[in-house]
Design a protein around this ligand. Structure first.
Ligand SMILES: Cc1cc2nc3c(=O)[nH]c(=O)nc-3n(C[C@H](O)[C@H](O)[C@H](O)COP(=O)(O)O)c2cc1C
Length: 346
């Protein structure tokens, strides 16, 4: 029997996730399922899924400028992040919630393993999220079992609870620890007994101060919040709107990223995600100001149908396209990925 390729995995995921899945305008990668009045949003978004659309549309307003007359140079794209070297500036975004979002097809534990091991085997780092259907400790424990190679992103619980979880992450010697601040608007958590909270500037500082590990604050969509993240002493500002799953009618990531980068670039590591599907998309997000680009839905689909093998395969495919994209836009290294390689069309 032939080994499965990405097309096989992709078709399997579409079949398994059938009711959880709707594509926009027949574009196979553009998942845009709106809220379904109380039932799970699956892989879709909050409300009318307008923020998902905004992510796609904002990113695709930018086109790559082709430049091929230059001495040849193999693109250099490995980077050092939190003291670890990864082979490309791409990482797996925090994912969770097989029960509510992925048709309950595998266990949450198996899902996390696919994400973490697949990323590790491709020379990258994966993240795991925090679902109300499972103990808060599940993701971080599996990161620990993966020799600490991964990043748990916790929900914005009470300070007391978050500090406990940060201490556990410290003990398990994870690469870094994060909080998705925009999780305060999670509809899955709203239906659970656990309350989530918005966090003040003082609370962010307290979280950074309670650990030796690098801290990431995720869900940053404005210059003001990005400045607060820098002031908190955090190690990374993660520009994201949760893939459009929390605030509908919001701005697209590619819309806000250039202004945020202008203000905080060089002061803090900038991570970004939202509608990134290929290596060409990755290069655009780097050019818009991110240092590291993350992917959510494609890796979620790969992990449920093919585990670490499919996750690794997807990340390798993305890497090949980044090399191609850098070669054809005259980029020798990641510093060359600036606004100069982009053209914008309204
Ligand atoms: C099924 C699913 C589950 C998610 N779970 C989490 C989570 O537990 N924690 C978190 O910070 N983000 C979570 N996210 C958001 C992703 O980390 C990421 O921000 C988003 O998927 C990026 O957009 P993309 O899917 O268009 O790549 C989830 C996204 C999806 C699709």
């Amino acid at each position: 029997m032939k080994n499965k390729d990405l097309n096989d995995y992709y078709n399997m995921a579409r079949n398994i996730l059938e009711d959880f899945y709707m594509v926009c305008d027949d574009k196979p990668y553009w998942i845009c399922t709106p809220e379904k009045f109380g039932t799970s949003i699956g892989l879709g978004g909050a409300g009318q899924a307008k923020t998902i659309e905004a992510n796609y549309n904002a990113l695709h307003q930018y086109h790559l400028k082709m430049r091929v007359i230059k001495t040849h140079h193999e693109p250099e794209m490995s980077i050092s992040i939190f003291g670890k070297t990864i082979t490309s500036p791409v990482m797996g975004a925090a994912l969770s919630g097989v029960k509510y979002s992925l048709n309950n097809v595998i266990s949450e534990e198996t899902f996390y393993w696919g994400l973490l091991k697949g990323a590790k085997d491709s020379g990258s780092i994966g993240m795991v999220g925090n679902s109300p259907a499972c103990p808060d400790e599940l993701g971080v424990t599996i990161v620990g079992e993966n020799e600490g190679w991964g990043i748990p992103i916790f929900k914005p619980h009470s300070q007391e609870r978050l500090i406990q979880l940060f201490q556990l992450a410290d003990e398990l010697d994870v690469v870094a620890i994060g909080v998705d601040l925009d999780g305060a608007g999670s509809m899955f958590w709203a239906e659970s007994e656990n309350q989530l909270y918005r966090k003040s500037e003082k609370e962010l500082q307290e979280l950074v101060d309670c650990t030796e590990k690098p801290v990431i604050f995720k869900g940053i969509m404005s210059v003001e919040d990005a400045v607060n993240v820098v002031d908190s002493g955090a190690s990374a500002c993660y520009v994201s709107n949760h893939g459009g799953r929390v605030l509908d009618c919001g701005q697209g990531v590619a819309e806000v990223l250039p202004d945020i980068a202008k203000e905080v670039s060089g002061k803090i590591l900038i991570m970004a995600d939202g509608a990134v599907r290929t290596g060409f998309d990755v290069l655009k997000v780097l050019a818009l100001g991110a240092d590291v680009v993350l992917m959510g839905r494609p890796l979620a689909m790969m992990s449920v149908v093919g585990g670490d093998v499919a996750v690794k395969m997807y990340l390798e495919y993305v890497k090949q396209d980044i090399i191609r994209a850098m070669t054809l836009t005259g980029c020798d290294n990641l510093n060359d990925a600036s606004m100069n390689i982009l053209a914008r069309y309204e």
